[in-house]
Structure formats: C-alpha cells, structure tokens
Write a protein that binds this ligand. Structure first.
Ligand code: ADP
Ligand code: F6P
Length: 322
C-alpha cells in the first residue's frame, strides 16, 4: 500500500545544513503527495509526543540558517526499551508510516532500533560536523565547521606571527580528528593532535626546541578535543621548553552559522533522496554521497567506526611545517 504520512526529526548535535535538509525533505515529500509531520526535540520529543504537521510554508526562509528549526536533543530515555515503546506509541497515534532521521551515528543507532524491534521504516541522513559516518564522503555541516574553524585560526595566526608565540588551538571532534586535520592542512599548522593517532609530547617539544634554535619561533598546534585538552598540552610544552604558550578553545562556534554552499547542496540532495528511498520501499538505510553520487548503505554499516587514513595528511602537514 502506498505510504501516506511520514515523520521527520533532527537528533544529537545540531549542525549547519540541518535546516536545508528539513526543507528538502518537507517539500519533496509534499511534491510526492505525502504528508509530513515534524517531531520536535529529536527522540525525546518523539517520546513526549511533540509532533506537528508541516506544510510547504513551514520551511520558508530556513535554508540559510544554522541550527535546526525542529530543535534537537540527546535523549538517554530513548536508549531504553521503555523509552522506545513510548516513542512507538506516539508513532502509531500520529499514523506515521516512515521516519527520516537527520543526525549522527548515535541517532542512527536509535533509528536502527525502531527497525530492529518493529520493522518500522527508517531512513538516516548524515549530519554532523565530525564527518565520521561510513558510506558518505561528507556529512552535512562538516564543510561549514571547517571553514569557521579556519577563519578563527587565520585570525589567531596574526598574533602568533606578530608576537612569535606558540599557540595550542582546540577544535571540536570527540572521537574524530576530521576538523583538526582539515584546518591543520588549510591553516598551515605546525602540528596536530587527533584521537586517531598517538602523539608524543616529548618529540613535539624536541621539535619545537630544535626549530627555535634554527629561528622558527611561531607555532600553531591544533588539538581535537577528543585527543587532549589544549590547556594540558600547552602546560606541558611550557614546562618542557620554557617557551611562552597560549591556548584558544574554539568550541561551539564551529557548530553554528549559515551553512556553506557545499553543505546546503549536500543537505538538499540527501533530504530529497531520503524521501524517495522511503517511497521506493528502502528501509533501515542511510543516504550518503560518494564520488558525487547519491548512494544508500545499511544503517548498521553507517555507524561502524569509520576508517580514515590520517597518515597521508598528517605527514604532509609536518613536511610543510619545516
Ligand atoms: P549523534 O547523533 O550526533 O551522534 P548522539 O550520539 O548524542 O548524537 O545520539 C543522539 C541520540 O540518539 C541519543 O541521545 C539517543 O537518544 C539516541 N541513541 C544513541 N545511541 C543509541 C542506541 N544505542 N540505542 C538507541 N538510541 C540511541
Ligand atoms: O556533534 C558532534 C560534536 O560537535 C563533537 O564534535 C563534539 O565533541 C560534541 O558534539 C560536543 O557535544 P556537546 O554539544 O554536547 O558539547
């Protein structure tokens, strides 16, 4: 039987481009003759019944905005069977026949539970600044986050150069060094510290001392928050080199702001495709972009730890820091 009504939610960390994706899902669904219900505050809102019909005008003027008009949440309750049961009741009460989940790997684990337990049709759209999802070259929000972090680092470099200082700059990424690697390369950092590879503070300090003797006085070290705290790294460097060190933690500015063109385009393609997947009868999948082509993969594959080759980029960053 033809699907008539679908739900849509954003979950986990917000990111730039979620709104562009919401707009694409809502308008594509309406164009295809479906009714769309927005679920506010992610899985927590689903449990609490925060559900509202959306029309084509509900998503006017959101394309350029960061964050998510549907709000988002981290819901420990949804991780429990009892929470999922409540959510399923709300799904039934609202006559939802499918669900688009825009979020990261945690959100996909949640969606996968709805499929596993009730064979409820779910499609995931990857949206996280961490770009750590399998089955897609890029996740919505990552491009904007890298641009934002780079913009900040470029400004810090002015002080680094003028005062000849060592700066340790902390960027986001709890389990992912994606932002650190990208801005490390694009911003000309001398070194980076990421969760995917061990770092040796003694070696780093020895390099700084050697560089210092040769006249290299300005250093930028980019640290992904999941690998170390910038404050700790800076304290160790000062202790071991006796050189003045400063810390800058960029924080959540990286998650906000108007999405880049690339993020809007990615979000728009993936949102539209998610609706088409549900209509085609695909279930328990994620839509991703691989080599500029939209692709679907199993949600269980999407959430597996992404293997990225950090060595090539890391080595290049170090060579160029000569
Ligand atoms: P992200 O989607 O950005 O990775 P989280 O990891 O915080 O963010 O996950 C978002 C939400 O997804 C969680 O708050 C929880 O409600 C749900 N979730 C995460 N993991 C699971 C799981 N194993 N089972 C059920 N729900 C989950
Ligand atoms: O969404 C991913 C992310 O932004 C990570 O890069 C970061 O470590 C984490 O979320 C921060 O989460 P919170 O918003 O709960 O501080």
């Amino acid at each position: 039987m033809k699907m008539k009504r679908i739900g849509l939610l954003t979950s986990g960390g917000d990111c730039p481009g979620m709104n562009a994706c919401i707009r694409s899902v809502v308008r594509t669904a309406i164009y295809k003759g479906l009714e769309v219900y927005g679920i506010f505050k992610g899985y927590q809102g689903l449990i609490e019944g925060q559900v509202k019909a959306l029309d084509r005008r509900s998503v006017s003027n959101i394309l350029t905005h960061g964050g998510t008009m549907l709000k988002t949440a981290r819901s420990p309750e949804f991780k429990t069977a009892a929470g999922q049961n409540k959510a399923k009741r709300v799904i039934e009460q609202n006559g939802l026949e499918g669900l688009v989940v825009i979020g990261g790997d945690g959100s996909f684990r949640g969606a996968h539970r709805l499929w596993q337990r009730w064979k409820f049709p779910v499609i995931g759209v990857p949206a996280t600044i961490d770009n750590d999802i399998n089955g897609t070259d890029a996740t919505i929000g990552a491009d904007t986050a890298v641009d934002t972090a780079l913009y900040a680092i470029d400004k810090i470099r002015d002080t680094v150069t003028s005062l000849e200082r060592i700066f340790v700059i902390e960027v986001m990424g709890r389990g992912s060094g994606y932002i650190a690697l990208e801005v490390g390369l694009a911003g000309g950092a001398e070194d980076i510290i990421i969760p995917e590879r061990r770092y040796n503070i003694d070696k780093m300090c020895a390099d700084i001392r050697t560089g210092h003797k040769k006249g290299k006085i300005s250093w930028i070290i980019v640290v992904a928050e999941g690998a170390a705290s910038a404050a700790d790294v800076a304290a160790k460097i000062t202790r071991k080199t006796h050189l003045e060190t400063r810390v800058s933690v960029l924080g959540h500015i990286q998650r906000g702001g108007s999405p880049s063109a690339d993020d809007r385009i990615l979000a728009t393609h993936l949102g539209a495709e998610a609706v088409k997947c549900l209509i085609r009868g695909e279930r328990d999948k994620m839509v991703g972009m691989v080599n500029n082509r939209v692709k679907t993969v199993d949600l269980s594959y999407a959430v597996k730890k992404k293997k990225i080759n950090t060595e090539v980029l890391y080595r290049l960053i170090r060579i160029l820091a000569l």
